[in-house]
Design a protein around this ligand. Sequence first.
Ligand SMILES: C[S@@+](CC[C@H](N)C(=O)[O-])C[C@H]1O[C@@H](n2cnc3c(N)ncnc32)[C@H](O)[C@@H]1O
Length: 344
Amino acid sequence: MSKKHTAIENWLWETLRPETSDSARQTYDNMAQQGNGQLPVIDQPLDLSCQAHFRDESQIQQIVAQLKDCREILDIGCGDGWPSLRLAPHVRSVTGIDASARRIDVTRANAERMKLTNVKFQQMTATELDFADGSFGAAVAASSFEQTEDPLRAMEQAYRVLRSGGRLFVLYESLDVRLARSTAEEVFLAEHPDGTLGWHYCLKHKSPAWERDYLVRFNTTPEIAAAFATARETIGRVGDNPFEIPEIGVQFLEANKNSIQGCSYYELEHFSAEAMIQSLEDAGFTDVRSVYSAGHIADKLFQELEPALLKDNQLAILAAAIGRLTLDLPAPLQHGQPVIATKP
Ligand SMILES: C[S@@+](CC[C@H](N)C(=O)[O-])C[C@H]1O[C@@H](n2cnc3c(N)ncnc32)[C@H](O)[C@@H]1O
């Protein structure tokens, strides 16, 4: 690994020798719900007078405008069902795949609760899609290509399973937009389904954009449960940066070293807009271009509006208009905007 290690990483490598993992196993299999269990429509009734819901609806309308006339849509890295479950009422059928077994369980339960009958979900890696060539008319990958072990391979697989003329809609997490400083460190604590307690550490680097994620698993003893409760309280009170707050970082690990069960890590490369477009072209796609982010425009518009004065159906018309317009207007190349592509 050529990138410089932080003090915490030095401790982890000297003390625990982390084994290699991936985002699906290490992070997403250990997460109870995505979006803090507050995904509009999926977890909560749609309320367009709430900015987050208006943004979400505008994003969905943008994907619908791009893909609605395509038959069979594939959602790559569907998580808890975003966007599959939101697209389903607008399209003929959606198949969602995710490498995390837990996410597939959650999204199937969500689909059942929402009484959707034109969706199906399968545990599968995006880098080895178990579908015949040309199976889908369209595909969407929402913040998932960069989470895989080999994003270019995942793009090539998306290309393979699309029919000629099939369209791909890509959202990706841009660290350039999200990070204020050149690096960001964060600790979060989780109770895992296998009963272990997890200390998670995420290091993000802005330019070039990459992240490394570590998990230290602890045996659940009463002492460790108490140490986790104290650390959780500290994080809630003063923040999650272990560089600034050593008692949630190296001090926490050192004090509880004897209860550590194991440690794993994975590394992700994030995309710039240029790299995303280049990679999709390398995978064979044509007419690859950046479009305005409907979510971003919705946020801006919401701040200009008096949403309380507008009725739900008026807000719905606006969200649909944002979705359509953002596809028609040529957008400058900017980090974090959606990218659309076509299989020739
Ligand atoms: C940031 S989440 C996005 C989930 C969802 N699309 C959304 O926007 O809310 C990334 C998802 O990619 C999945 N993932 C990671 N590696 C994968 C792989 N190799 N193949 C398929 N899915 C993968 C994760 O399990 C996770 O559900």
